[in-house]
Design a protein around this ligand. Structure first.
Ligand code: 16G
Ligand code: MG
Length: 529
């Protein structure tokens, strides 16, 4: 049977009910799980086209990250572990929304506009989270891949960053590591154990896995680092619901501990999100107040160790940090003013940060929500590796520590497990408690609000989402409200994942941050009428 006939036949099974339009957004397609069957089938098809075009394996991840359990989503991973190239997002949207009758035409249109050789080989790696709907949706994607007669490897349950890792390992023919789960755990744990064994056991760490896929995966990793770090997994999916009252997003937004976790002064606690690509730390201080250490603080910790180690090893490379508008003002000041590290600001969304981080020899990028990693220019990594054989004594040990950090980091994408080991290793080398880390700088109190509006598409931003150009006149009013507050800063942006507009505000006290957020919220409502 001709492949397009196969596609036609299977598209009857995975038909588009044409009830709503869906868009490939910041993190792929996301919606109620029971509306997505045809979208998954079609993303299976698209992943094959992309694989044929690139002559490489493409990843297909089934997850809706921190969204409620009833949602699901799909995103494609490009050959070097990056998010699907932006120019393909409209193609994905068009294919997902085509009627059943249009499907093959749209597919052929993509083949001809992208000059895809349909006789080329194709391979797709798939992973999924623990949502009840993930299995069936993943199978719909598999049907799409099979319809176009491509090679399909299903890894079953994986964290999102693990899938990115597998794709890169495969496409670099093992140079980055072995494309297996055991290879992943081995690479990370060996590097961690190497650094930490010299400094002694780092004690206990309690990790809230959001009742998601991070739980079974972290339990695997925990076994391999147990002599140096005691990891206790809570919210492991055996009792609670995915992302309900727990997880990194909950902790960050609510600024309080997740359900199922007992805090204590100086006790190290952390939360992952539903697909384990975000990490947030928290604890209680001596006054029993909740203290959060978010993506900004993780970035400061990691950037500082890289800078120190490079200096001690006598290697000249520039370390820079990439943030978004959500980064706390104090973190930006600390990085620039105290650590003397250059900082760039981009739009929200991993792909924007990742891309900008490439401007630095060593780019540390983190969103305040806990998603981030470190990427190195190949020349920078080479320079560090080369110096290993040329230096001795303290310098030599700094270089070998740097190399261990590089092995521990998942350069493809933010990875909660990998970032967590990096943080733990740094605290151990610095002999810092979580409180010592928390006091690197003090955050300005802040507040985030969601505002429901009739049409969020009227909100248009510029300057890395820090200012609005539309609705006309709103920015001026926000500026004037902000100027009344000490250390006031606020911005408004339409969400890329939910039908809401988001408001961020910070100021010198919590009361002021809350007040500023409320005032800006009222302005948003006034201008949405
Ligand atoms: C997605 C993005 C995340 C971003 C968030 C913003 C990826 C893989 N994930 O989860 O980086 O912070 O969206 O959501 O890009 P929002 O647009 O609803 O505020
Ligand atoms: Mg996530």
């Amino acid at each position: 049977m001709e492949v397009y006939d196969k596609v036609r036949k299977l598209s009857e099974v995975h038909g588009n009910p044409c009830t709503s339009k869906i868009t490939y957004g910041t993190a792929g397609f996301r919606a109620k799980a029971d509306t997505l069957d045809h979208v998954f089938f079609r993303m299976g098809l698209l992943s094959v086209l992309r694989s044929k075009l690139k002559g490489a394996t493409i990843g297909l991840m089934t997850t809706a990250s921190h969204n409620p359990e009833c949602d699901n989503g799909v995103k494609l991973v490009d050959p070097m572990g990056e998010m699907l190239e932006e120019s393909w997002e409209p193609l994905a949207t068009k294919l997902a929304n085509a009627t059943n009758d249009e499907l093959v035409d749209v597919l052929q249109e993509i083949v001809s506009s992208q000059k895809i050789d349909m006789t080329a080989q194709a391979s797709v790696f798939a992973g999924k989270d623990t949502r009840p709907s993930s299995e069936a949706l993943g199978n719909a994607a598999r049907d799409g891949v099979m319809a176009l007669e491509a090679h399909f490897t299903d890894f079953g349950l994986l964290t999102t960053p693990q899938l990115h890792y597998m794709v890169v390992c495969k496409n670099t023919h093992g140079k980055y590591g072995e494309a297996t789960q055991s290879g992943y755990y081995k690479k990370l744990s060996e590097a961690f154990n190497k650094i930490v064994a010299e400094n002694g056991c780092t004690g206990d760490l309690i990790v809230d896995c959001a009742n998601g896929v991070g739980a079974p995966k972290l339990k695997e990793l925990a076994k391999l680092v147990s002599s140096n770090l005691k990891i206790h997994v809570v919210n492991d999916g055996t009792a609670g619901k995915l992302n309900e009252g727990c997880g990194a997003d909950f902790v960050k937004i609510q600024q309080r501990a997740p359900n199922g976790m007992e805090l204590g002064a100086n006790k190290r606690c952390a939360s992952y999100d539903g697909d384990a690509d975000r990490l947030i730390y928290f604890t209680l201080n001596e006054k029993e107040q909740f203290v959060m250490l978010d993506g900004d603080k993780i970035a400061a910790l990691i950037a500082s160790i890289f800078k120190d180690l490079l200096k001690e090893a006598g290697i000249e490379l520039e370390v820079g940090v990439v943030q978004t508008a959500y980064a706390n003002g104090s973190s930006t000041n600390y990085l620039r003013g105290t650590l003397l590290i250059p900082v760039s600001c981009t739009k929200t969304g991993v792909k924007h940060l990742h891309h900008r981080a490439k401007d630095f020899d060593i780019g540390v990028y983190f969103e305040a929500n806990g998603h981030g990693t470190v990427i190195l220019k190949p020349e920078a990594e080479e320079k560090i590796r080369e110096s290993a054989g040329k230096v001795e004594g303290v310098k030599q040990s700094c270089v070998s520590t740097l190399l261990a950090y590089i092995d521990m980091i998942n350069q493809c994408v933010g990875d909660a497990m990998s970032d967590m080991l990096v943080v733990e290793a740094i605290l151990s080398t610095k002999k810092w408690s979580i409180q010592d880390w928390a006091t690197m700088y003090t955050e300005l109190p802040n507040r985030q609000l969601k505002v429901k509006v009739a049409d969020r598409s009227i909100f248009k931003t510029v300057n890395a989402e820090r200012q609005l150009t539309s609705p006309v006149g709103l920015q001026e009013e926000i500026d004037s409200v902000v100027s009344k507050y000490n250390n006031g800063r606020s911005f408004v942006r339409p969400s890329g994942t939910e039908d809401v507009v988001r408001v961020y505000a910070e100021s010198d006290t919590q009361e002021h941050a809350d007040g500023l957020a409320k005032e800006v919220e009222s302005l948003v409502k006034k201008f949405s009428k």
